[in-house]
Design a binder for this molecule. Structure first.
Ligand code: HMG
Length: 434
């Protein structure tokens, strides 16, 4: 295991979650995981300014804060990362760190990225002869690609640009479309603006070639040319002294993975758990989480049935549980809000400024880790034990507990069998009346 910044082998994370916020930032700073410019941002909790926010979106009246945390222990392709995560949900970051720590004992995650291209489409209708139109588009492919590239010359200058077109005829009842799919290499960008500009650029030519009308020209978030696969192996013999119990959990995780392919009610929650982690990193890195969610859920139905996105198989002979997650992950390392939001820049600094592909690999690995932690809890202790322990803190705050009252309310709440806001309020009342 090699940490690119610390170069250290020692476990600097032990007890990290028990420290206070400034102590945690100090650990990041002392171990060169964050540079002073960005640790200052965290220490002073510098956020997006209203001036910048007002330029980013419309009718601005303020900014909206969410908790930012760190999930350490991530080893991805032999490099160690501490992953910034933004989430309002208790236990997500704890679960992710827990899984990453266990998985790091078996070597961490291996990521494969075959491609990093974006697809967009122009839908044409009212075409006099669909077959001839299709033939003519393919004959004029080079001209279409040239015009696409002329519409967005800066991406060509950066070594990317429009690369291919494919054509399909879609027919349902009396409605037919001829769809032209354009594939482009968008380098480090997410690519929406690049693709949309190119597609609008080629629209008039496509109308003139086909004699039809363009209904729309738009990027697709079904980014199947940006698939990322993360795999991991978990050596269950390292898990506990009770080997039989550990193997039983591994077998049940395999069953849970199969169950998520069979039942849509489970598949939806299974995938929600995966996106607990994925969204948290996508948001922390200033990327478009709606695009990533839409692409992920569409990919979950690629075989015609909405299914759980991960696969876990238990190799009983070698006591190894193998996990795999493949997802479209067209995240960017530049563009959008990435350069504007100081917290996003800080997240990139903590991750050692990864390029788009590296970031995509980290994010898919986080999804796999998150799913592992949830499944392990679900098939053993149940989710409430770990989750509610951490949820108790939110309940105490919600009840109005302040400063040292929070710990007392949490402790007393966990002693009861009813971890709910009503109980938290009663406990707080009791403490204050003493
Ligand atoms: P534990 O065994 O009590 O943990 O598990 P531990 O005290 O032995 O600590 C082990 C490591 O976990 C620590 O390492 C930390 O990395 C991490 P160390 O620091 O000692 O080197 N850890 C924490 N990190 C930050 N803050 C903490 C903390 N505690 C442990 N407070 C744990 C406790 C919560 C991790 C475990 O019970 C768990 O993973 N539960 C699953 C919780 C979960 O999945 N939550 C997600 C939200 S629930 C949901 O919405 C999704 C779901 O519906 C999806 C689905 O159905 O698939 C479940």
């Amino acid at each position: 295991m090699k940490n690119p910044k610390t170069g250290k082998q020692k476990n600097i994370w032990l007890g990290f979650h028990k420290k206070d916020r400034l102590e945690r930032i100090a650990i990041l700073k002392e171990n060169n995981i964050i540079t002073p410019e960005f640790s200052d941002i965290l220490e002073n909790n510098v956020n997006l300014s209203c001036d910048t926010a007002g330029q980013m979106t419309e009718n601005n009246i303020g900014t909206f804060a969410l908790p930012l945390g760190i999930a350490p222990y991530f080893i991805v392709n032999d490099i160690e990362y501490s992953v910034p995560m933004v989430t309002e949900e208790p236990s997500v970051i704890a679960a992710c760190s827990y899984a990453a720590k266990l998985i790091s004992k078996s070597g961490g995650f291996t990521v494969k990225i075959e491609n990093r291209k974006m697809i967009g489409e122009v839908a044409l209708y009212d075409i006099p002869d669909f077959d001839k139109a299709m033939e003519d588009i393919l004959k004029n492919k080079n001209d279409i690609l040239r015009i696409a590239n002329e519409s967005y010359p800066s991406i060509v200058a950066r070594g990317g640009g429009a690369e291919n077109i494919e054509v399909k005829i879609l027919k349902e009842g009396d409605t037919s479309f001829l769809v032209v799919y354009l594939t482009a290499d968008v380098k480090e960008a997410m690519g929406a603006n690049i693709l949309n500009t190119m597609l609008e650029g080629i629209k008039p030519l496509l109308e003139s070639i086909t004699g039809g009308k363009a209904l729309m020209a738009i990027l697709s978030n079904y980014a199947v040319n940006s698939l990322v696969t993360s795999t991991c192996e978990v050596d269950f013999s390292l898990f506990s002294n009770d080997k039989a119990q550990a193997f039983n959990i591994a077998k049940k995780i395999e069953m849970a993975s199969k169950f998520s392919k069979m039942d849509i009610f489970r598949a939806t929650t299974h995938n929600k758990g995966i996106f607990n982690g994925i969204d948290a990193v996508v948001i922390a890195t200033g990327n478009d989480w709606r695009a990533i969610e839409a692409g992920g859920h569409a990919y979950a139905v690629k075989d015609g049935k909405y299914s759980g996105l991960t696969e876990w198989t238990f190799d009983e002979e070698n006591n190894i549980l193998r996990g795999k997650l493949t997802l479209p992950m067209p995240v960017a390392s530049v563009g959008g809000s990435i350069g504007l939001n100081p917290t996003v820049k800080t997240a990139f600094n903590i991750l050692n400024n990864p390029d788009a592909k590296t970031l995509a690999g980290i994010i898919v690995s986080v999804g796999l880790a998150q799913n592992f932690a949830a499944l392990k809890a679900l098939v053993s202790t149940g989710i409430q034990k770990g989750h509610m322990k951490l949820q108790a803190r939110s309940l105490a705050l919600f009840a109005g507990a302040e400063n040292e009252e929070v710990d007392i309310v949490v402790e007393k709440l966990l002693e009861t069998n009813h971890i709910n806001s009503e109980n938290a309020k009663n406990i707080l009342k009791e403490i204050r009346n003493k």
